[in-house]
Write a protein that binds this ligand. Structure first.
Ligand code: PMP
Length: 478
């Protein structure tokens, strides 16, 4: 039984001592005290099905005993910086991760006549750091400065990645040096529907009219996560990669959300597009607010729940996203040895990125993924869940679109299917109802009107049925 402080006490401390920018979903923030597999428990022992636990890469389920054992064993033995000494936990995980890269990445290395055929891994503590490093490497390697990213993308919250991120919701007063945002190849809301060639032409025009004709690189997610589970038009990425490479640039795949078996059919999201990037980034591992929420969404929720708009940002509840480290801070950049060489021109290191504690956990995650065949589960149960959600779309006019792959699914709510008017208030009501019935789901998208369904990869068919039933009731109520 939980004998810690009450939810009210924690909320008071958060309001007093923590950043005022923190936010949460529900009218009353949940005090989650324990997690096991696909379930979370509050202080009263109430169980919630967590359909937003693993919004990124691997998610073997909360508190997986093998992963916990690996981390605690390493913590008992040694925890230190990554840099100065030899340590097998770090090297073992790097080796295992490199082995997960598609053969073609190695083949590209071969084509440029580098002696090693093995991709090289740099560890970081977060996705932001990983993308910052990838952008830096692309600029150093090519000698060019311009980076192209997609509108509606999210790549992080430091200077370079905030610049690459293309949604006003996530931008502060950032100086966007040499960043260009291409038209988003969004089949549902995009200007050119699913016409990949038209979208790719925009990349070409950016290169021709916005740069010297030479670029440093192109960065994109395989499925946009924060942007509301937006699948890129089929055929777009190969065309965009081709144009960027012709302009001397490197292609960066941000796999922070879509990687690590989440899409089910493949281990990496980029594989679903048939491309091989030059640099792959991954992470998603910290304790953080449960969704891609912006203050305006928060106000909507506050209002919807009958409280005044002026209520200070006290709605704060933690949720634990799980990624390549299944909940511990770990990110990585994987690239070819040739590109990796650029970081030997100066001293580069990251004190804690890939420390023994985190990499021991990362290696255990890879083992559990394989042993429990979680990628296969993501494919089978994810496809089943998507079909069932499509069925729900036939019943509820408010569902404008159901999309995504594996366990990275989106359900977009609109008040008018023709006009695609975002149902911003309705989604808040629905989430509250679902929470009351024991289901936690995420939301996101530029308008905050898309359910993000990214459960742990151990989510079962029964969980999927329960989830759909609860969403059905919630949508019937609003
Ligand atoms: N890239 C993508 C696609 C992400 O979704 C995120 C996090 N939402 C990041 C990068 C940044 O990761 P982090 O929050 O760990 O810095």
């Amino acid at each position: 039984p939980y004998d810690g402080p009450s939810a009210a006490e924690i909320a008071r401390k958060r309001a007093e001592f923590l950043s005022p920018s923190l936010f949460h979903f529900y009218s009353k923030p949940l005090n989650i005290v324990e997690g096991k597999k696909q379930y979370l428990y509050d202080e009263q022992g109430r169980r919630f099905l967590d359909a937003f636990a693993g919004i990124a890469t691997v998610c073997c389920g909360h508190s997986h005993p093998e992963i916990v054992d690996a981390i605690t064993a390493q913590a008992r033995r040694l925890q230190h910086s990554t840099v100065l000494y030899l340590n097998h936990a770090i090297a073992d995980f790097a080796e295992a991760l490199a082995a997960k890269m598609p053969g073609d990445l190695k083949a590209r290395v071969f084509l440029v006549l580098v002696t090693s055929l093995v991709p090289v891994v740099f560890f970081t503590n977060s996705g932001t750091e990983a993308n910052e490093l990838a952008i830096l490497m692309a600029r150093l390697y090519t000698g060019s400065h311009d980076i192209i990213s997609l509108r509606n993308s999210y790549h992080g919250n430091a200077a370079g990645t905030m610049g690459a991120t293309a949604q006003k919701n996530w931008k502060f007063n950032v100086v966007q040096s040499g960043v260009h945002h291409a038209v988003n190849p969004d089949p549902y809301r995009g200007a050119f529907g699913s016409d990949a060639e038209k979208y790719a032409r925009d990349v070409q025009e950016i290169i021709e009219f916005g740069t010297t004709g030479q670029v440093a690189g192109f960065i994109s997610e395989a499925i946009q996560g924060v942007g509301g589970i937006v699948e890129l038009s089929p055929g777009y990425l190969p065309l965009a990669y081709e144009k960027v490479r012709k302009a001397g640039g490197l292609c960066i795949a941000d796999e922070v959300q879509a990687g690590f078996a989440r899409v089910g059919s493949h281990f990496w999201g980029f594989e679903t597009h048939g491309v091989v990037p030059d640099i792959v980034t991954m992470a998603k591992v910290r304790a953080c607010p449960p969704l891609c929420f912006v203050p305006c969404y928060q106000r909507v929720c506050v209002h919807v729940n009958g409280e005044p708009d002026s209520v200070p940002a006290l709605r704060r509840s933690p949720s634990y996203l799980q990624g390549i480290g299944n909940g511990i801070p770990l990110g990585a950049v994987v690239t070819t040895p040739e590109i990796a060489q650029v970081l030997t021109r100066r001293c580069y290191f990251n004190t804690f990125g890939g420390n023994p504690f985190c990499t021991a956990g990362g290696l255990a995650v890879l083992r559990v993924l394989e042993k429990e065949r979680l990628q296969e589960n993501a494919f089978i149960v994810g496809s089943y869940l998507k079909d069932r959600l499509r069925g729900l779309q036939e019943k509820h006019e408010i569902i404008g679109d159901v999309r995504g792959t594996g366990f990275m699914l989106g359900v977009e709510l609109v008040t008018d299917r023709q006009l695609k008017t975002p149902a911003k208030d309705e989604i808040c009501h629905a989430m509250e109802h679902m929470k009351d019935m024991g289901v936690l789901v995420g939301k996101g998208g530029f308008y905050g009107n898309v359910f993000r369904v990214t459960p742990p990869l151990c989510f079962t068919k029964e969980d999927a049925d329960f989830f759909v039933e609860v969403m059905d009731i919630a949508l019937s109520k609003i």
